[in-house]
Design a protein around this ligand. Structure first.
Ligand code: SF4
Length: 290
């Protein structure tokens, strides 16, 4: 929807997380995907009309596709790319309201960083929830270990993430946490500690995926220089299985892989179909359905 990220534009840091493919590393990023440069201090947004039109266009396109493929009739509008609470409040309000009014949309899911959440946004979304809308906030936490968060140039610590997750739950909203397994210098024990800690915070769901290396990133540079080894499929599936065993019945695992293209490494993630089959097999052996 044309948001950018404070970890890219220099507000928190420049360049973003080391695995993030953004303009710093990808000068050829398409115009459609390129984030608008909004003045965060101003309520004026010269791009708002384009953002609203893009929202309507993308929704229509995805709705038609999902209705055809799965017979879906009701939809949650997913604000996915970059940081979807990083804009003046008037812009967020206009976009979220528009999304909630789209035909057959029952709610929204907003992907963001915890350091870009505010009481004002939570209060607005809480009111929408009270009106009967399904509201999800997806926080990219990735790891609870601050030494890892520093290594990946995350730009905030775990304490900030935990604070806003608790606040979001107190507002009665659904929380989905994103975790990455295979971050630099993380042992299996550390990855499982991350899973356990966010489960203990009372989140509603998790999305987990292995750390992917894409071309125009700092991580790709480190990988090509032999400074980083991606997680193996065996270790990923073993860690995933152990993390799933910790999940109480009321916490859903929404995702165990994410499509990335073009992928530099790990190569076992390149073909999603066989990868999903191997994951299915491993999870079945551990007594789970996927
Ligand atoms: S928070 Fe997301 S958008 Fe921002 S730099 Fe990290 S991966 Fe990229």
């Amino acid at each position: 929807m044309g948001f950018t990220c404070p970890n890219i534009d220099g507000t928190v840091a420049k360049g973003g997380c080391i695995y993030c493919e953004n303009e710093s590393f990808s000068p050829n990023l398409t115009k459609e995907n390129r984030a608008f440069k909004l003045n965060q201090a101003s309520a004026q947004n010269p791009y708002l009309e384009s953002q609203l039109a893009q929202l309507e266009y993308q929704y229509k396109k995805s709705k038609t596709k999902l209705a055809k493929k799965f017979g879906a009739q009701k939809f949650i509008v997913y604000f996915q790319s970059f940081t979807n609470t990083y804009a003046p409040f008037s812009t967020l309000k206009a976009l979220y309201e528009k999304a909630l009014e789209l035909p057959d949309a029952i709610g929204i899911s907003v992907g963001t960083r915890s350091d870009c959440m505010s009481e004002e946004i939570l209060e607005f979304l809480r009111r929408k929830k009270d009106e009967g809308k399904e509201i999800w906030i997806e926080y990219g936490v990735q790891s609870i270990h601050n030494e890892t968060l520093k290594l990946i140039n995350r730009g905030h610590d775990y304490e900030n993430a935990a604070f806003w997750i608790k606040k979001t739950k107190e507002a009665g909203l659904n929380v989905c946490v994103h975790l990455i397994f295979g971050l630099p210098k993380e042992s299996q024990e550390m990855m499982l500690q991350s899973a356990k800690a966010v489960i203990d915070l009372g989140v509603d769901s998790l999305k987990i995926h292995p750390l992917y290396i894409t071309k125009h990133t700092k991580l790709a540079h480190d990988f090509n220089a032999g400074l980083f080894t991606p997680i193996s499929e065996e270790l990923y599936l073993d860690t995933l299985t152990k993390a799933i065993k910790m999940l109480p019945d009321n916490i859903y695992l929404q995702r165990i892989t994410a499509g990335v293209n073009p992928l530099v490494a790990p190569l076992w993630c390149r073909d999603s179909h066989p990868q999903k089959n191997r994951a299915k097999r491993a999870l079945k052996e551990a007594g789970f359905e996927y």
